[in-house]
Design a protein around this ligand. Structure first.
Ligand code: MEV
Length: 445
């Protein structure tokens, strides 16, 4: 049947599009035109983008935006953000401005350790393996020196290798857990290459070891792969100021600053107690984090997976941020692991990721960790502030108005009139449609 194909990856792009257009779209022509329309006119640029994945057909566009006025540790950044959700960049910008007047954001990196694992099966006595482990470790370090030479020159490399015994949970199952310093690179390829070498050398070492009995020379490496959970690649960002400086915090909602602060702290505690609220709360944090991660060519799935595991490190999923008042000082803090890089991967290859990093002054990986955490915190502050005062729909729907107007095909004059009208009115799809219909009706009459 026509809908399946073998050798698809070998077709050229035009052939792939034609085949898909003929088999999967009702309007083959429109599909083909749309896919071709988002191509880069520059063949060389397009080739680089196509090279990121297999079977690339076109480019999927998201807005590349910027949130200015982010003061972090005394330095001002304009932060690049790639995200489709209307209100995220506006919220980040407004929180950045708010805190700029109150000392800005503070951030510190608490660790930069990344992790990898070799999972293997071995059937001997655990103490025999433990006794042999120092020798195994020396062997693994020595036989991976060619792979680590460059990284060691940059100040990184393998930091340690541990042997972990999981035989009480899974018969014969052990793990080598290795820690790495990967400097400014995210380091996934480096770590995985070293781990695969460890796996091969572990087998060789055990299978050919004369100190082991014959039945002990049987080892099976199950898999070698980095762990995306890096609790010691950790950053903390915070804002703080006296309660007196928060007087205007919720003026729009008619709330005194202190009442708003009290509600913010309560809202964050609720997200610490209740996983349902914590998930939404942390989603708001990741609105900011992911958008900078994407803009700078980093791996947002790795960052998300790691952050969510960290959020339930004590067994329950909780808020990644905390807020409290002590001695009249309000403090709002975010702590999370961020395994990211500023060299290698897409960072130099993706033309806009390269510009995003340039806009940030080509930061080191630890500096980028602090910027990303500050944006996550800004986003969280903006969301919680709106939630406990005006509600989020007011700001959100104002931003979404442009999308609705575009969807309804509003021209420039109609859009301008709608923007003026909906300053005072509640935005909804039907309200905007009604407004446009009434206006168009009047014009015709
Ligand atoms: C929406 O994308 C994010 C929020 O729901 C976050 C939150 O509830 O804290 C507003």
């Amino acid at each position: 049947m026509a809908k399946t194909i073998s050798g698809f990856s070998k077709l050229n792009k035009q052939q792939k599009i034609e085949w898909l257009a003929a088999n999967f779209f009702e309007d083959a022509n429109a599909a083909e035109q749309a896919l071709l329309a988002w191509h880069r006119p520059d063949e060389q640029q397009q080739k680089i983008i196509d090279g990121f994945t297999e079977n690339a057909l076109s480019n999927y566009t998201l807005p590349f935006s910027v949130a200015p006025n982010f003061m972090i540790n005394g330095r001002v950044y304009a932060v690049p953000m790639v995200i489709e959700e209307s209100s995220v960049v506006a919220a980040a910008s407004s929180a950045a401005k708010f805190w700029m007047d109150r000392g800005g954001f503070h951030a510190e990196v608490l660790g930069t350790v990344k992790l990898g694992q070799v999972h293997f099966r071995w059937n001997g006595q655990p103490e025999r393996l433990r006794a042999l482990f120092p020798e195994i470790k020396t062997h693994l370090l020595a036989t991976s020196e060619d792979l680590t030479a460059n990284m060691r020159q940059r100040g990184g490399g393998i930091r340690d290798i541990e042997l972990l015994d999981f035989t009480h949970l899974e018969p014969a199952y052990y793990q080598l857990r290795a820690s790495f310093e990967t400097c400014d690179s995210m380091g996934a390829n480096f770590i995985n290459s070293v781990l695969e070498r460890f796996g091969a050398q572990l087998e060789l070492f055990i299978e050919t070891n004369p100190a082991l009995d014959l039945h002990e020379r049987d080892v099976e490496v199950v898999m070698c792969i980095l762990s995306n959970y890096t609790p010691n690649c950790l950053v903390r960002a915070w804002v703080e100021c006296s309660e007196a400086e928060l007087e205007d915090l919720a003026r729009d909602a008619g709330l005194p600053g202190q009442a708003a602060v009290d509600r913010i702290c309560t809202a964050v505690r609720i997200a610490t107690i209740d996983p349902y609220r914590a998930t939404t709360h942390n989603k708001g944090i990741f609105n900011g984090i992911d958008s900078v991660i994407l803009a700078t060519g980093n791996d947002f799935r790795a960052v998300e997976a790691c952050g969510h595991t960290y959020a339930c490190r004590d067994g329950q999923y909780r808020s990644l941020s905390r807020a409290w008042v002590e001695n009249g000082v309000f403090r709002f803090e975010l702590e999370l692991p961020l395994p990211i890089g500023t060299v290698g991967g897409l960072t130099a290859l993706h033309p806009l990721a390269k510009q995003a990093l340039a806009m940030l002054g080509n930061p080191s990986a630890p500096e980028l960790m602090m910027i990303v955490a500050a944006v996550g915190l800004a986003q969280n502050f903006a969301a919680v502030r709106s939630l406990v005062t005006t509600g989020i729909q007011q700001g959100h729907m104002k931003m979404h108005l442009t999308n609705i107007l575009n969807h309804l095909g509003a021209n420039e004059a109609e859009a301008e009139a709608a923007q003026a009208h909906f300053c005072r009115e509640t935005v909804s799809f039907s309200a905007v449609r009604g407004f446009l219909e009434a206006r168009r009706g009047e014009k015709q009459a």
